[in-house]
Design a protein around this ligand. Structure first.
Ligand SMILES: [Zn+2]
Length: 427
């Protein structure tokens, strides 16, 4: 184990008073860079993978174990926490980190993606591959949707109890300020790859108008809550697969200032056609201000993380590492496989020989096979620790390779061994 958290329940991250981003190294032959995001709850060395604890918990794993496996920050979801337990409860608790016993930096996703899931994407495939799915597979009929978007905001029905709610840019900012994460995202309208081009334009105009309202409300709340640690606000770049729309969004949001406030960083979101991921991200990152951090929303498959890093993204989040772990699927240097498969019944080797995680240094595939077959709760804990460590460490290794000047070799080595599998997921 890298440190004995079982014996030491005090774990701390170095605190700073405000938000800043320093670049230590910029690659000359690509957009990749190495930096540090400083937040009131400590620094994040970038590039970094940020594990997801949607409802203020990484399912089945203690926060001490997340720190021990190298997680530098956690990302939760404002929409889910607004519905349950309520943003006011987190505010009273002293904010998200305090509430969930995570002393390090935190992020909240604004809810735009969840509204997409309840709206046009309700009960549909949230496809990130334009070729495989037809429009009807992706876009829900008007009557079927639980969310409806207008120019002012979104009205939606709770997936928990059917109650009606309304999110506007102002409400999203109020909710995210109450939740109190170090890094928040502006409320955006997320589209699918199958929305029409005119609709993508409309949604992007709306996202821009909402960005101004988010900045204004953020400024007001920051002043009203001056005793609280500063919360950084990231704008979200939409534009689906269209070069002109992506570039326009990056230009407009990158330069936007309202109430004397500009965005502290940017999220690259929306429908990202996996086949074009690098191209889309490079359109955007060539335009966005260099001195501000860029987060690639919902991307976390190993091969996609290389593409994101070499095209100038600093942080990433994806729920896939923990979600697939609970179904017995693990990432390894041999590719992704399922531990419940009977071929592991007598396999007394670790999940991954090269992994230094708690699970791989203490348990065998045979034990993991046994606990998954027996539906033991510890199966989720151990598999999640391994998968999160695998992805966190991979991005840490990319950072080190950039500093050492051997990123291309490291990438070729990794991808040469790793069996390609794709995946993208957000909660
Ligand atoms: Zn492991």
């Amino acid at each position: 184990m890298r440190c004995g958290w079982m014996n030491n329940h005090e774990f701390r991250f170095g605190n700073t008073l405000s938000f800043s981003f320093d670049i230590q190294h910029a690659q000359s032959d690509s957009l990749a860079r190495v930096g540090t995001i400083n937040t009131p709850h400590g620094p994040i060395q970038t590039p970094a993978f940020i594990p997801v604890g949607t409802k203020a918990t990484v399912k089945s794993v203690l926060p001490e174990a997340m720190a021990d496996l190298g997680a530098q920050a956690l990302l939760s979801n404002a929409y889910h926490l607004y519905l349950q337990p309520g943003a006011d409860i987190l505010d009273e608790a002293g904010g998200l980190g305090e509430f969930m016993n995570w002393p390090g930096p935190t992020f909240t996703d604004s809810g735009g993606f969840q509204v997409l899931s309840l709206g046009v994407g309700f009960k549909k495939v949230l496809a990130m591959d334009a070729q495989t799915f037809r429009r009807d597979d992706v876009i829900a009929g008007n009557k079927d949707r639980l969310a409806h978007v207008d120019d002012e905001g979104v009205t939606f029905k709770s997936h928990l109890d059917g109650s009606m709610h309304r999110f506007t840019p102002e409400v999203s900012m109020q909710v995210q300020h109450q939740i109190g994460a170090d890094i928040m995202f502006a409320f955006d309208e997320c589209t699918t790859l199958h929305n029409t081009r005119p609709y993508q334009e409309l949604a992007m105009d709306r996202t821009f108008a909402w960005a101004i309202r988010c900045l204004d409300e953020h400024k007001r709340l920051t002043e009203n809550r001056a005793s609280k640690p500063y919360q950084a606000l990231f704008g979200v770049i939409q534009g689906a697969q269209y070069e002109d729309l992506r570039k326009k969004a990056a230009t407009d949001l990158g330069a936007l200032e309202s109430s004397g406030q500009s965005f502290d960083g940017f999220g690259i979101g929306g429908a990202l056609d996996k086949g074009q991921l690098g191209t889309i991200v490079s359109w955007v990152n060539q335009i966005l201000p260099e001195d501000k951090p860029r987060h690639l929303l919902g991307i976390g498959a190993p091969e996609d993380l290389f593409v994101g890093v070499e095209n100038g993204c600093d942080t990433f989040d994806c729920v896939l590492a923990s979600r697939i772990a609970r179904t017995s699927a693990v990432y390894t240097m041999e590719g992704r496989f399922n531990l419940s498969n009977s071929r592991f019944k007598r396999d007394f080797t670790p999940i991954d020989d090269e992994c230094d995680c708690y699970t791989c240094t203490h348990y065998t595939r045979a034990y993991m096979h046994h606990v998954f077959r027996g539906k033991e709760i510890i199966s989720a804990t151990l598999a999640t620790i391994h998968n999160e460590r695998f992805i966190v460490r991979l991005v840490d290794q990319m950072r080190q390779a950039l500093l050492d000047g051997n990123f291309a070799d490291m990438k070729a080595d990794f991808l040469g061994q790793y069996t390609h599998r794709s995946g993208q997921a957000r909660d």
